[in-house]
Design a protein around this ligand. Structure first.
Ligand code: FES
Length: 512
């Protein structure tokens, strides 16, 4: 098996039984905010798009699903390996680009095609990517590969049953706006960013320990930010207030924590040939270039930014103009109020009005009243503020997932009183009746199954109230606080209160 890194989560996998092009992302995503790091624009994309037998797009986030690259460079008769998501949006988007040949998979069930065993593990919770994320396992009879992308599969044993993993591509860096966009004192932001980075590292380490692959490749990140407005979010920020750890930083930290793990640097154009315990690696970059990319990162990024000014200008020019106040309000009312009417669990979960400042227009999404209106001075626990052209563009494009456009763009600020509220962000990613229906039904079906486990002197419900991780495996107790290490959500066991997000309490009692 021979794997070429294409940048971010992009891979070109050549096997004894065909080749697979994965997540080929090159064009800026999320309103021109994210670019792959390092630069991958000079790869021969037409070659990879022509040579692939299979295309795999792990999910619809725009740093994985690059419509322009897929349209321009990938053969339309390639066989698309399709995860079993709850909605068919990914297939619809690919069909709209001209793809016609789909291999529908069942989550966690291997299929064989011309000597290549393929398994896609699909994650379908409201918190999984844009309501759908996936991991790919491949076996060509000689080697087994696991490409995890952004997915956080719960059942590693099932993934290992597919075959002992030779090459494991693990997500390691940040892919969220927290805490950078929050209006917090600098010291608090720095502290939260440090905790976030540590949480990301701990999660990657847990997966590395569980998968026990012969070779590990940090993959699927970090993005870089080339617009002046966002430049300071690069890496770990000016002073530790950002979360985008790079490949070398991760490899160094992993080397300290697990010196026995064979982990390798994969950059755009790097070719890796894992064979049993050996792995031949050829970089397209020279050693001096690698030193410049990572050792002189700011200067490298400034040069990259200079080359990307035309792309940034084109993105800005593509935005819709700001809407007048009355029109903005009526558009959002007509669109969102029918959704709020159906969104019982989301509205109960948010539990109050949330403010959305669009330029100088303060709007309130009144979740209890299921209404969108102008702010009338009431206290709101959650406030998001952004610019009017971005909202107008989302309205013009009928963007059903604002986390996959506005929020990941980080072109907004946020403040809140109290803990994070996942329901609020789920609403912003479910701006269609299809998605609201799915998520509301999902919450209904996820009622606690009544099973308890005993952990360090506490009896607690077995399934994490967030996305149902098995707490026997993912739960860690320190004092009276239980942490589910899958996404780091914390619970106060003495009261059952979720410390990470409102409305997700846990059943717990001390064992006498
Ligand atoms: S499943 Fe996400 S924190 Fe437990």
């Amino acid at each position: 098996m021979r794997v070429t890194g294409l940048g971010h989560a992009g891979l070109f996998i050549e096997t004894a039984a065909g080749s697979v092009l994965c997540d080929p992302w090159v064009n800026p995503a999320f309103f021109g905010s994210w670019f792959p790091f390092p630069d991958n624009t000079d790869l021969d994309w037409a070659h990879y798009g022509r040579a692939a037998d299979y295309l795999y797009v792990s999910h619809l986030h725009r740093d994985h699903f690059d419509a322009e690259n897929l349209r321009r460079n990938v053969r339309k008769d390639v066989t698309v390996l399709l995860p079993a998501f709850a909605t068919d949006e990914l297939e619809r988007e690919l069909r709209a680009l001209g793809f016609t040949n789909f291999l529908h998979t069942r989550s966690g069930t291997p299929v064989e095609r011309d000597g290549l065993r393929i398994m896609i593990t699909a994650l379908t919770g409201p918190g999984d990517g844009p309501i759908g994320d996936s991991a790919l396992s491949l076996d060509d009879g000689r080697s087994v590969l696991l490409n995890q992308n952004d997915a956080h599969p719960l059942d590693i044993a099932a993934i290992r049953d597919f075959g002992e993993v030779d090459a494991y591509f693990v997500q390691f860096s940040g892919a969220i706006w927290y805490p950078m966009v929050y209006q917090l004192p600098h010291s608090a932001k720095k502290e939260f960013a440090a905790r976030k980075r540590q949480g990301q590292f701990d999660r990657a380490l847990r997966y590395i320990d569980a998968v026990e692959a012969k070779h590990v490749f940090p993959n699927a990140g970090p993005p870089c930010f080339l617009d002046d407005e966002l430049f300071e979010h690069n890496g770990t920020g000016r002073d530790g207030e950002s979360i985008f750890v790079d490949q070398l930083e991760f490899l160094r930290q992993l080397g300290r924590a697990r010196p026995e793990v064979a982990a390798h640097l994969l950059l755009p154009g790097t070719v890796a040939e894992p064979e049993s315990t050996a792995c031949k690696l050829s970089h397209r970059y020279t050693e001096m270039e690698i030193e410049r990319v990572f050792g002189e990162k700011r200067a490298y990024l400034r040069d990259f930014a200079a080359r990307q000014q035309p792309a940034l200008a084109a993105e800005r020019a593509s935005r819709a103009p700001a809407l007048p106040r009355e029109r903005l309000l009526s558009e959002l009312k007509q669109w969102w109020e029918p959704l709020l009417t159906r969104a019982d669990r989301i509205c109960a979960g948010v539990g109050g009005p949330a403010r959305l400042d669009v330029g100088d227009v303060p709007i309130v999404i009144d979740f209890p009243a299921r209404e969108v209106r102008l702010w009338d001075g009431e206290r709101c626990r959650y406030t998001l503020s952004t610019s009017a052209d971005l909202v107008a563009t989302n309205i013009a494009r009928r963007e059903v997932d604002w986390s996959n456009s506005l929020l990941l763009s980080m072109r907004f600020t946020a403040s809140r009183i109290g803990p994070y509220n996942e329901f609020l962000y789920v609403f912003f990613k479910c701006l269609s009746m299809e998605r609201i229906e799915y998520v509301e039904n999902y919450y209904d079906s996820c009622q606690d199954d009544g099973q308890d486990i005993e952990l360090d002197g506490w009896r607690v419900q077995r399934r994490c109230p967030h996305l149902r991780a098995d707490l026997e495996r993912f739960g860690q107790i320190e004092g009276e606080v239980l942490t589910c290490t899958l996404h780091g959500w914390r619970y106060d066991l003495s009261t059952g209160r979720c410390l990470t997000s409102d409305g997700h309490d846990i059943r717990a009692s001390a064992v006498s």
